[in-house]
Design a protein around this ligand. Sequence first.
Ligand SMILES: NC(=O)c1ccc[n+]([C@@H]2O[C@H](COP(=O)([O-])OP(=O)(O)OC[C@H]3O[C@@H](n4cnc5c(N)ncnc54)[C@H](O)[C@@H]3O)[C@@H](O)[C@H]2O)c1
Length: 330
Amino acid sequence: MKLKVGIIGAGYIGGVHAGILARDERVQLTAVYDVDRERAERLAHAHDAQVAAGPTEVIERCDAVYITTPNTQHVSLALAALDAGKHVFCEKPLATNISDANSVFIKADQSKSVVQVGHNRRFAPVYATLKQLLTEKHTPHSAHVKMNRGELLNPVWTGDPSVTGGFLYETPIHMFDMMRFLFGEVESLHAIGSQHEYREIDDFSVLLKFTSGFHATLATAADASWLFPFERVEVFCHHATFVTREMESLVCSTNLEGHFTEQSMHQLPREEKWGYVQEDRAFVEAILNDAEPPVTARDGLMSVVLVNAVYESVRTNTTIAFGRVPLIAD
Ligand SMILES: NC(=O)c1ccc[n+]([C@@H]2O[C@H](COP(=O)([O-])OP(=O)(O)OC[C@H]3O[C@@H](n4cnc5c(N)ncnc54)[C@H](O)[C@@H]3O)[C@@H](O)[C@H]2O)c1
């Protein structure tokens, strides 16, 4: 018996996941729905799936549902799928406010369903290798993280905060999850933001302190160019520096002469280089093995908590401290 998987949202990333799942012999792509019927038809026909009349039909006909709609439309679909007892892969962000993210977290916690959030960076070989280096060989002291977007024009909805939840909930939320993955839990943060190109704050500088004593800066701009690398993590250890360049390469310098080695992921297929293949396999494996997925609803919630705190810090010009996240049901 194959695992029946459905897709709600047949745009760019829905197509990426569908292509990967269609090559997984444990999976049968069953139903696809998109408000744009032509998109749903194109994706369904490419993978021998059926076009569903609505999200409810996808949920009814599948064991697991991929939610790949724009950001503010994740929560109601995730809750509906969980109510029906189905497994859920929800693209990032899990939600665009703490209360919604918490409601998905609680429902996931109380259910037997596997809920995984699409923080794919964790699976990208560049970041998985960096994590291994920091866990096994080098204790990190501090870091600088940056993630720019060139524009908020494509897809069109990325420039509409009523659909994204705000710029930080779009692409930069990846780096909040990445910082927790690499450096642990955040104790406090202070942020400064400014508005230039769009109808929202589009440039941010954030100073973060972690519970381990580690500290980092994060810079992110929505109106930068797409100059390579738009995403980079620099980690400083005891006479060692590690630098990532998007998902392309990891540069390591562990001496005092400035010599370095570079591990290039250049030749990997993009879907593997970016971790999409690995995250989809991990989701299927968690379902088949009745195991916890590698990126949980709690991880999705925590990223939302951090992004929300950055907006609050900018608005109030205060440092936000996380004693304990009060909404989480322990
Ligand atoms: N993890 C990643 O690296 C990554 C990359 C890209 C996008 N994403 C996330 O995936 C989501 C989709 O992004 P995208 O780039 O694929 O956008 P997209 O615009 O290409 O696709 C979204 C699709 O959803 C459809 N849609 C909108 N509302 C819907 C609804 N209520 N029901 C069904 N379909 C609906 C649209 O018609 C469109 O086809 C976003 O949340 C985005 O943040 C994640």
